[in-house]
Design a protein around this ligand. Structure first.
Ligand code: NAD
Ligand code: IPM
Ligand code: MG
Length: 358
């Protein structure tokens, strides 16, 4: 038996997770994986119930699970909460508590959606990028941090910090990933200005010695942000820190047509969480409009990385291709004026496509 902890979270979280759960249940039944799924609270939903965005019981549930699925957290309802009590802190503490330092965010082009990308089809056609984002360090977690009043003036401060071990372990993940792909790794930093990322560049260069078959390049983050729009097909694996990875992966999602298409795996030693890269989308929450495919593709990543079910991962990915082939579109990936379907119908269509026999 494999234990799966599910945290739907806030906003569109419960809607996209319900759709992904249907897919997971269908696979579980067909493949006899023997999954045992338990639901827990994180984010705003947890704050409402317990005044803590990550209650101890939720962390425990995640620690005992073989894998975790997370929808999304946050929303305007909790915006005025102090920083440490915001829903997002629940997610960050969950990632840290499970030591999920490697966040893999694949930006893969679906040929059916070439028209949905704001970029010209010839620019994105050959895009296949894996963003490897460090997830438990950087300015997100550095101390000291805070808000204070100095000489009558309000001041906010955070600390960007990486030690060499943190950089080395994520670099190894990225090099190994590159070995299984096109063997090109671009490490993104701001080494011209920031000490942390100067160390980043040094350590990544040292780690490269262990991977002579991988071609390493370095790029400043401002240039990388520009190159992702100018010529995105030049990238294979993009290795970067927590904050740059957050921003660049949202940017990369647009190459695919929508942030609603980008799944992710957050991996540690023997632990893993699967989460779409997008947020709780308060503007469309509760309206059956959200695209559940990023979450469904995250389930495919879970089948691959945590459940040893590669064949079923491929079947889920093929089912997503099939619904796109059928022309089924949620609003975010539909051409202007074209018919759209809702979150529930998209989830059901993927389940149907799973059962489809050629
Ligand atoms: N992993 C997470 O839980 C996570 C990630 C990002 C943001 N957030 C939180 O979510 C809240 C909203 O943040 P935001 O608006 O900056 O980012 P967002 O990703 O929630 O939404 C940005 C835009 O993308 C759209 N969008 C996002 N996911 C979509 C989907 N599946 N289908 C269709 N459209 C989709 C939204 O409607 C919105 O217009 C904030 O509280 C933020 O902190 C959480
Ligand atoms: C909600 C927030 C903490 C989170 C992050 O910055 O990591 C989100 O933007 C993401 O990309 O998963
Ligand atoms: Mg983000």
């Amino acid at each position: 038996m494999k234990k799966i902890a599910i945290f739907a979270g806030d906003g569109i979280g419960p809607e996209i997770v319900a759709a992904a759960r249907q897919v997971l249940d269908a696979v579980d039944q067909a493949a006899r994986l023997g999954l045992h799924c338990s639901e827990g609270l994180v984010g705003g939903a947890a704050l409402d119930a317990s005044d803590d965005p990550l209650p101890a019981a939720s962390l425990q549930l995640a620690l005992e699970a073989d894998a975790v699925i997370l929808g999304a957290v946050g929303g305007p309802r909790w915006d005025a909460y102090p920083p440490a009590k915001r829903p997002e802190q629940g997610l960050l503490r969950l990632r840290k508590g499970l030591d999920l330092y490697a966040n893999l965010r694949p930006a893969q082009i679906f040929p059916q959606l070439l028209d949905a990308s704001p970029l010209r089809p010839e620019l994105v056609r050959d895009v296949d990028i894996l963003v490897v984002r460090e997830l438990t360090g950087d300015i997100y977690f550095g101390q000291p941090r805070g808000l204070e009043v100095v000489d009558g003036k309000r001041r906010g401060f955070n600390t960007m910090v990486y030690d060499e071990d943190e950089i080395r372990r994520i670099a190894h993940v990225a090099f190994r990933a590159a070995q299984g792909r096109r063997k090109q790794l671009c490490s993104v930093d701001k080494a011209n200005v920031l000490e942390t990322t100067r160390l980043w560049r040094e350590v990544v260069t040292e780690v490269a010695q262990d991977y002579p078959d991988v071609q390493l390049s370095h790029m400043y983050v401002d240039n990388a942000a520009m190159q992702l729009i100018r010529a995105p097909a030049q990238f294979d694996v993009l290795l970067t820190g927590n904050m740059f990875g957050d921003i660049l992966s949202d940017e990369a999602s647009q190459l695919t047509g929508s942030i609603g298409m980008l799944p992710s795996a957050s991996l540690g030693e023997g632990r893993a969480m699967y989460e779409p890269i997008h947020g709780s989308a308060p503007d469309i929450a509760g309206q059956d409009k959200a695209n559940p495919l990023a979450t469904i593709l995250s389930v495919a990543m879970m089948l691959r990385y945590s459940l040893g079910a590669e064949l079923w991962a491929q079947r889920v990915e093929a089912a997503v291709q099939r619904v796109l082939d059928q022309g089924l579109r949620t609003a975010d990936i539909a051409a202007p004026g074209a018919p759209v379907i809702g979150t529930k119908a998209m989830g059901a269509a993927v389940v149907d496509a799973l059962n489809f026999k050629d």
